[in-house]
Design a protein around this ligand. Structure first.
Ligand SMILES: O=C(O)CCC(=O)C(=O)O
Ligand SMILES: [Fe+2]
Length: 311
């Protein structure tokens, strides 16, 4: 399984024209999104109006956050089952460190996490995370709407949007120590409905295609990678497969990235429009957060490791 650097995942421009619901460009963007999701389980969004200033501020915020003492980062962040909190130096990903919190697009969510990390307050951090999260939530909802419309189930979009909630996570990959490999994060799929990742300068994210090739995703200040997670895979009755991805870092520089993960509260039902002779119903109703919590449990991690990380 080699790496084909010249291949790219589909790129879709999220400019004002393409985002006007009902317009010809909107309809054609919906088709592109469905095609990208079915063929790759992912695509790259290019947002020409995404401010370089916000890109720079979110990664300055990431650095400030990871520079905090471990005891500060390690505090309990949430009571939600399946909430990940702070993660560092796992045996299978010793260079990876990450942390995150729920509802980052709301003042309450952003303030809660900021005050936990900086009891004396840190307005710059709070404003930056809230403002990028609002933008990422908007992107995520646009993709959900496009996916629903492209399958002719726009009527269920409102219920997906209403039951969705969001988690923002920051990632840091320290430089390699003697005899360490270039692995930043092993191959896996996310449990989310959608994940939106944004990288900073040091490349590393790789996406696996249906034919088993790994494609590098190049970082750019105005591009975002949307990945389908297991929840979207179940909701779409396997029309969209969860996107397998990993992080491989060739450069000898610290890598930072940030991601917004959308999750669905409650039970996910496959819409009946997704079921036909070619796509027989593959899922009973699933408690998506229950699945998420299981996957992050000791037992779930063992099972997933034996399926996903074996190859
Ligand atoms: O750092 C990245 O770009 C990806 C992180 C990731 O895939 C994850 O934490 O699930
Ligand atoms: Fe991931």
């Amino acid at each position: 399984m080699g790496s084909e650097t010249e291949r790219r995942i589909p790129v879709i421009n999220f400019n004002e024209e393409n985002l006007k619901p009902g317009s010809d460009s909107w309809v054609s963007s919906c088709k592109h999104v469905r095609h990208a999701m079915e063929e790759y389980g992912c695509f790259e969004i290019v947002c020409d109006d995404f401010l370089l200033e916000l890109h720079n501020s979110i990664f300055a915020a990431a650095k400030d956050l990871f520079d905090l003492p471990v005891e500060t980062k390690n505090q309990k962040i949430s009571d939600r089952p399946g909430s990940l909190g702070y993660v560092a130096e796992r045996p299978w990903s010793p260079r990876y460190e990450s942390t995150g919190f729920d509802s980052p697009e709301t003042l309450q969510g952003a303030e809660y996490f900021t005050n936990l990390m900086w009891p004396q307050g840190n307005n710059t951090f709070r404003e930056t995370v809230q403002s990028i999260s609002k933008r990422l939530v908007e992107m995520s909802q646009t993709v959900m709407k496009m996916v629903a419309e492209s399958y002719g189930v726009e009527s269920v979009f409102d219920s997906i949007r209403e039951s969705a909630f969001y988690t923002l996570r920051f990632f840091k990959y320290r430089t390699r120590r003697l005899n360490e490999s270039d692995v930043g994060l092993a191959a896996h799929c996310d449990t989310s409905f959608l994940s939106i990742l944004h990288q900073h300068q040091v490349e590393g994210l790789q996406i696996k295609t249906k034919d088993g090739q790994w494609i590098d995703v190049k970082p750019s200040p105005s591009s975002f990678v949307v990945l389908a997670g297991y929840t979207l895979m179940a909701w779409s009755n396997d029309r969209v497969l969860a996107c397998e991805h990993k992080v491989t870092i060739k450069e000898e520089r610290t890598r930072y990235s940030v991601g917004l993960f959308s999750h669905i509260k409650g039970v996910i039902h496959v819409p009946e429009e997704m079921v036909d002779e070619e796509h027989p119903l593959g899922y009973t109703p699933i408690d998506s957060l229950g699945f998420h919590a299981f996957r992050l449990s000791e037992e779930g991690l063992k099972i997933i490791a034996s399926i996903c990380f074996a190859a």
